[in-house]
Design a protein around this ligand. Structure first.
Ligand SMILES: NC(=O)c1ccc[n+]([C@@H]2O[C@H](COP(=O)([O-])OP(=O)(O)OC[C@H]3O[C@@H](n4cnc5c(N)ncnc54)[C@H](OP(=O)(O)O)[C@@H]3O)[C@@H](O)[C@H]2O)c1
Length: 301
């Protein structure tokens, strides 16, 4: 299917009020698109006012649409007439009443709904799905193994311990496994559907996304964009490597994918540091923060 431009018709963004979704909407409005922003509750001004304010950021235009991705047909009406869809909504595990099982079922369930509404609409030419590096990284037994777009997180299952095996029993209690499984299944599902139903689909797999918060509601617990702030407030986090991508680049890349005339459907893109020189160990990040803010007690292990 041909790529799209802002003059071809409206585009829809799921999870539009979220951290990444909001930057996608902002990027699209600045490019001149008419954007249908799908949010759970348009009347929740704290969560949506920043989207409507983007109308002053033009030349495009944004409207709010209430869609609960747990409800069948949630996106049927709003996708009708759209030429492109960005699917960034997800049950991340930090909502009230969240469980690992809801993370798993919410992710794959929403992706099925999105694809079903795209088929109903008949007008959508391209889908860009925000997957995750969680769908890529997997245990390896050889030092120096490089992950590529051909890597899938369900590879080398035999190297996983019983606590992180990909079984429904583990999914019920382990959010990380639930998240990785739902991302792998969702991505594979969209690529398999495109061949059957004649639209193009692409995936992006970012690692740790940080950058400007466009709304106070992006100050979410256990989200990467707030963890450095948490450390400045003295909270510690497990020792890890940071592999950072700026949220504005995540948004820009998705808009470029939508418009790129050379992309082949089914292509996925790892949005990550290309080699170990760009990986930041947690202790180096903490040392940097201590240098930048000498008067503040930096949290850490
Ligand atoms: N942040 C990262 O570091 C990172 C890294 C890799 C991949 N990703 C992926 O990027 C995507 C967006 O993540 P994010 O960081 O922007 O998360 P986020 O800020 O929590 O946004 C997720 C959005 O999903 C929506 N959502 C949740 N439950 C819903 C429901 N029942 N119906 C409709 N919408 C619902 C929420 O909508 P409302 O605001 O309207 O409630 C929320 O805005 C996710 O797919 C995530 O897996 C994120």
């Amino acid at each position: 299917m041909p790529s799209i431009t802002c003059s071809d018709g409206p585009v829809a963004v799921t999870g539009a009020a979220g951290f990444i979704g909001s930057h996608i909407v902002q990027n699209l409005v600045r490019r001149g698109y008419t954007v249908r922003a799908c949010v759970r509750d348009p009347a929740n001004v704290t969560n949506t006012a920043h989207l409507l304010a983007m109308n002053a950021d033009g030349p495009g235009r944004v409207t709010l649409h209430g869609c609960d991705m747990t409800q069948p047909g949630a996106y049927d009406g709003v996708f009708r007439g759209c030429v492109g869809v960005f699917h960034a909504a997800a049950e991340m595990g930090n909502l009230e009443g969240s469980t690992p099982l809801k993370v798993y079922e919410g992710g794959i369930g929403a992706t099925r709904l999105v694809v079903s509404s795209i088929r109903q609409a008949g007008s959508v030419r391209r889908l860009v799905y925000t997957s995750s590096f969680a769908a890529v990284g997997h245990p390896v037994d050889a030092e120096g193994t490089a992950y590529t777009e051909a890597s899938w997180a369900d590879m080398n299952q035999h190297l996983r311990g019983s606590g992180s095996a990909w079984t429904m029993e583990v999914v019920r209690r382990n959010r990380e496994v639930a998240y990785a499984m739902t991302k792998v299944e969702s991505e594979r599902f969209v690529y398999s559907e495109v061949e059957k139903h004649g639209f193009d689909a692409f995936g992006v797999c970012p690692c740790h996304v940080i950058g400007p918060l466009l709304s106070a509601s992006h100050q979410r617990p256990w989200a990467w964009q707030t963890r450095i702030g948490d450390m400045l407030e003295g909270y510690s986090h497990p020792r890890m490597f940071w592999n950072v991508v700026d949220v504005r680049d995540v948004a820009e890349s998705q808009c470029l994918i939508m418009e790129n005339t050379r992309d082949t459907s089914g292509q996925r893109y790892n949005l990550v540091a290309p080699d170990e020189t760009c990986l930041l160990p947690q202790q180096d990040l903490q040392a940097l923060l201590r240098r930048l803010y000498p008067g503040i007690g930096i949290g850490g292990v």
